[in-house]
Design a protein around this ligand. Structure first.
Ligand code: GTP
Ligand code: MG
Length: 308
């Protein structure tokens, strides 16, 4: 897709965010003074957009330190300063994303997250994108907890023309993953995408299962998995962050996929992720189509949010 098309899509996808909190934040300073009251209102809008207390504090500290420019348009001035502070924060440590490095063969990506956040959908979209870029892709139905989960991944496989390694429902997820690793090596696969269950009997069970899967992967390929992506649903706001902490305690997370940014006014949570977790957002989901999964870039994201 052309760069312009990509940006338009992002902008379109962020409609709900744009219409609600961003607009609120950017209109605060219209026809107003740059004063304590306006800053307080901005702080409130950020909190209500689920930017989170810690991240909001940090943004407000940056803003309070600034003085308004000579500009006639204080609203625009303020908005520009807020945007710059957001970009800075979203860039985080500035570490280059692991995504798409594909420096190993096969490049193994495992997806984690609680049920319903969009793991399987994200895998399907990513499979399509890699395949469209000429990569040999294979998917692993590591969520054996429900038959429907295997069928859903299978449906994506058929839709995007990518094979799926699967066992029957109820099978040992590690055994499926083992088969997937073997198949990836023997079939000269470029990218192996592993789905996992978001729902098991207990949290402890879930975490133990993930550790076991990880061990199987590492035994087959010592530097794998190359990416461990935690999928979070943006519409759950700060609760999503709580889930992330649980996963992060249990296993290494290399990056976050933040889905459903199209359907929520809580998109501000993206700003607190870096701050609270120190893990980069690698992809964002802004809709249900294949093109609606986009690599995350701080500049274009903030630009799309505020662009009129
Ligand atoms: N609007 C929107 N919907 C999305 C996005 N990503 C996923 N979805 C939808 O969210 C729902 C759940 O997605 P799944 O991919 O099944 O989620 P999952 O994490 O695999 O769920 P479990 O297998 O139950 O653990 C589906 O209806 C998806 O179409 C997105 O970026 N935007
Ligand atoms: Mg699933």
């Amino acid at each position: 897709m052309a760069v312009g098309g990509f940006f338009q899509r992002l902008k379109q996808g962020l409609t709900k965010n744009r219409e609600t909190w961003v607009q609120k934040v950017s209109t605060i300073f219209q026809n107003r003074q740059w004063d304590e009251r306006s800053l307080d209102e901005m702080e409130e809008s950020l909190i209500s957009a689920d930017v989170g207390v810690k991240a909001t504090d940090k943004l407000m500290t940056v803003l309070r330190r600034q003085t308004p420019g000579e500009s006639e348009d204080l609203g625009r001035d303020m908005s520009a300063k807020l945007q710059a502070a957001m970009v800075e924060m979203l860039r985080g440590s500035g570490a280059t994303p692991r995504r798409a490095r594909l420096s190993a063969h096969p490049w193994v990506i495992i997806f984690l997250g609680v049920n319903g956040v969009g793991k399987t959908t994200t895998i399907g979209k990513l499979a399509a994108q890699y395949r469209n870029n000429g990569k040999k892709v294979l998917m692993v139905a590591g969520d054996t907890f429900r038959a429907a989960a295997i069928e859903q991944l299978d449906a994506w496989g058929q839709r995007v023309g990518v094979d799926v390694v699967k066992h029957k429902a109820g099978a040992d997820p590690s055994a499926v993953v083992f088969d997937g690793m073997q198949a990836a090596k023997s079939r000269n696969i470029d990218v192996l995408l592993i789905d996992t269950a978001g729902r098991l009997h207990t949290k402890v069970h879930l975490i133990e299962e993930l550790k076991k899967i990880r061990r199987v992967i590492t035994r087959e390929l010592p530097d794998a998995p190359h990416e461990t992506l935690l999928v979070l649903d943006a519409s759950t706001g700060q609760n999503g962050l709580q889930q992330a902490r649980v996963f992060k305690e249990a296993t290494d997370i290399s990056g976050i996929v933040l889905t459903k940014l199209d359907g929520t006014a809580k998109g501000g949570v993206i700003i607190s992720i870096q701050e609270e977790l120190g893990v980069p957002v690698e992809y964002i989901g802004v809709g249900e189509d294949v093109e609606d999964l986009q690599p995350f870039e701080a500049d274009s994201f903030v630009k799309a949010l505020f662009d009129r």
